[in-house]
Ligand binder design. Structure first.
Ligand code: BES
Ligand code: MN
Ligand code: MN
Length: 461
């Protein structure tokens, strides 16, 4: 195979310019105010796919945001790879905390990205990573070396739960038929320690509403005699963990896969510096479930976290009031053996049971997703592993991630194919946060590594 580096060297500036054009479109899926930008982004990708010579390029409308599809089928005897990615991004707020306009990308160096990083919303999650696949295709096409049939499916609703992708996949099984799915929407350990993601956590997400009195009350006239929904909610939330970091929801750990001592020993080999970890996020100490290391707590163990909590008076100055209602959004990250629907049910049952008679409880479930694991014996993993060896000069470590891409488990159910997660982001890239960025090194290294994956996979199948 021709070394992809040759083409990359000759086209570096253009590749970056093209990514910048994509990043300038504020395709925020969660906010209806940006619907036309999301649509514009889908158009932009479809046009780009056509310009690369992909066939059957089509924008599939959904009840929500559209899905972009394109393919290059070279030979029915060759394996077929379905590339999945998302072009939607998280909202940019809090906007004041950005050092540049989130939709006007700039390149700046950082302590970690000494060759520069692209700062923009979606730079890493997932436009920058998704775009690597289109550029890798362009390289293979111009070199006349396309080792596999390739299908691209790029969606616009990953950040809001992929609810319309689910029926799309179920209704287009033939069109999406493949031997494996290739995704770059995760991270790796560091630029000198590549890793391949072998697991994703699942997700159960609920919103709770605690209602006390039928109206906001004067906290002097009523205070002391009426349970305050915010106080009650705070106490209920605090009771969801015991002093050992265990989650107290009845039956929460039922069926949780016990990771073997051997696998835990293997995981412990991945470099991790607790001091640097604490410093990088500015915390005095770590916290979590007793008996597990920090990397284990964020990968092989389930969690429960409040994402937001509100109620009562939060405006300027002071207002003396006992609120009628209090709210919280709670996410639970799940591991193999747990099912999002079952966990949601257990949560509702538990939360209702622990509520005092002074309040009423309403729990609304939001989107969820199943956890996912793949094994290093998977031929696609092997192909990826060899590709990293070629381009990084060292083997990639298998690592389970704490994040979630709920559609991955669904692909396995609907298409009967495993996903291989070749992510090139770093945890420090601030995805979903202000000043999200993606290393220039990572962008080009990804583009360079992907063609080797196809070459190895074609040989291996
Ligand atoms: N790309 C991320 C998930 C991710 C990031 C996995 C880094 C592993 C490493 C994805 O876009 C995401 O943000 N997923 C959401 C879930 C979704 C249902 C909103 C998440 O993990 O919170
Ligand atoms: Mn993503
Ligand atoms: Mn995301």
């Amino acid at each position: 195979m021709t070394d992809p580096k040759l083409f990359i060297e000759a086209n570096k500036e253009r590749f970056l310019d093209e990514l910048f054009s994509l990043l300038r479109i504020p395709s925020i899926s969660a906010d209806p105010a940006y619907n036309s930008d999301v649509a514009k982004c889908a158009e932009h990708i479809a046009e780009h796919m056509k310009s690369l010579g992909l066939d059957a390029v089509e924008i599939f409308p959904t009840k929500g945001h559209p899905i972009v599809y394109g393919e290059c089928l070279v030979d029915p005897d060759l394996p077929t790879v379905l590339v999945y990615g998302h072009y939607d991004v998280q909202p940019a707020d809090p906007i004041d905390l950005w050092d540049n306009d989130p939709f006007e990308p700039v390149i700046k160096t950082t302590k970690i990205h000494t060759e520069g990083a692209i700062f923009a919303r979606g730079a890493c999650d997932d436009k920058g990573q998704m775009f690597m696949h289109l550029k890798a295709f362009e390289i293979m096409k111009s070199n006349g070396e396309i080792p596999c049939n390739i299908k691209f499916m790029i969606e616009g609703e990953e950040e809001v739960g992929s609810s319309n992708l689910e029926p799309f996949v179920a209704n287009h099984k033939e069109k999406l038929a493949c031997d494996t799915i290739l995704i770059s929407d995760t991270g790796m350990i560091s630029n000198t320690t590549p890793s391949i993601t072998t697991g994703l956590r699942g997700l159960s997400y609920v919103e709770v509403e605690v209602t006390g009195p039928n109206r906001d009350l004067h906290s002097g006239l009523y205070g002391g005699a009426v349970a305050n929904p915010l106080n009650v909610l705070a106490k209920m939330v605090a009771s969801l963990h015991d002093d050992h970091g265990k989650i107290m929801v009845e039956g929460f750990y039922d069926g949780v896969e016990i990771v073997s001592t051997e696998e835990r020993a293997l995981m412990a080999k991945a470099p991790f510096n607790q001091g640097e970890f604490k410093e990088s996020i500015g915390i005095g100490d770590v916290w979590g479930e007793e008996g597990y290391s920090t990397p284990e707590r964020t990968s092989i163990r389930p969690t429960l976290d409040v994402n937001g909590m509100w109620g009562g008076y939060i405006g300027e100055g002071a207002k003396t009031v006992i609120p009628s209602k209090a709210y919280a959004k709670i996410s639970m990250r799940l591991v193999p053996g747990q099912n999002p629907e079952a966990i949601t049910e257990k949560f509702i049952k538990h939360f209702t049971a622990i509520a005092p008679a002074s309040v009423k409880i309403k729990v609304t479930p939001h989107h969820g997703g199943l956890p996912y694991v793949t094994h290093t014996t998977n031929p696609a993993y092997q192909a990826a592993s060899k590709a990293y060896e070629t381009t990084f000069g060292k083997a990639a470590l298998p690592v389970r991630s704490g994040g979630s891409i709920p559609i991955v488990a669904l692909f396995e159910q609907q298409l009967g194919a495993k996903s291989i997660l070749m992510g090139f982001g770093l945890d420090s890239d601030a995805i979903h946060s202000p000043n999200e960025h993606y290393g220039v090194f990572n962008f080009f290294k990804g583009i360079e590594t992907i063609p080797y994956f196809y070459e190895n996979y074609a040989k291996q199948k």
